[in-house]
Design a protein around this ligand. Structure first.
Ligand code: ATP
Ligand code: MG
Length: 204
């Protein structure tokens, strides 16, 4: 691992489909930021989450980005990133990190993943590049046994976060059934879901 300049910005990259973003995501982002003294955590909205191909229809990236903007608007140190949307095509974290390094090669990057994503890390496109370009940060997720990734290069750390059993899948089902989203997403996100008429049809 190259030695970083002492004043290098420390940036967390928390990728997801965020369809929709919820309090589980936000609790991860603020707690990892605090634990690792990150300057900023980017909630990186996947353009085309290839892992969900054939599993379900994903909402348009513009809708998901708007929801993430609403989610982070009042939160210090968190920002929504549309970089993967600008890059287009399938979203591979290796490409995202390469693009971030190109923009700011002095920064130190931290790729944040929940246990379910961490368990599939070996199947990620060019996962060794992800591990070489960033420190992996693994957080637990309720109902999932964490198997830490074993990158050939680079390092990983585990950060303790509150275990919140919230998922986007459950939230979409709630909207389709007319059940409340209260206390599971910020009010601003609930309003944006309603304004954009998202998730009204089951399985959408
Ligand atoms: P879906 O149910 O549609 O898969 P999700 O809730 O899993 O949605 P994603 O956008 O798929 O949300 O997840 C993005 C990242 O956030 C992943 O690394 C995932 O492990 C992590 N994550 C999501 N929800 C939680 C949670 N409640 N606690 C910890 N990590 C979470
Ligand atoms: Mg998921």
């Amino acid at each position: 691992m190259p030695t970083e300049p002492q004043n290098a910005r420390r940036i967390g990259v928390f990728g997801g489909t965020f369809d929709p973003p919820h309090l589980g995501h936000l609790a991860v982002a603020v707690n990892v930021r605090h634990a690792l003294r990150l300057d900023e955590v980017l909630l990186m909205v996947a353009n085309h989450p290839w892992q969900k191909d054939g599993v379900r229809a994903v909402s348009p990236p513009e809708d998901r980005f708007a929801l993430v903007c609403a989610a982070v608007a009042q939160v210090d140190g968190l920002a929504a990133s549309s970089l993967e949307i600008e890059l287009g095509g399938p979203s591979f974290t290796a490409n995202t990190l390469a693009a971030l390094h190109e923009r700011n090669s002095n920064a130190q990057y931290f790729t944040i993943v929940g246990a379910d994503a961490a368990n599939g890390f070996d199947s990620w496109e060019r996962c060794d590049e992800v591990a070489a370009l960033s420190t992996l940060v693994v957080v637990d997720r309720p109902g999932v046994v964490t198997h830490p990734p074993q990158p050939k290069t680079g390092s990983w750390v585990h950060v303790e976060v509150p275990h919140l059993e919230v998922s986007s899948s459950d939230l979409r089902a709630r909207v389709a059934d007319g059940r409340p989203l209260d206390f599971l997403v910020p009010l601003s996100v609930a309003h944006e879901i309603e304004r954009r008429q998202l998730y009204r049809v089951a399985g959408s």
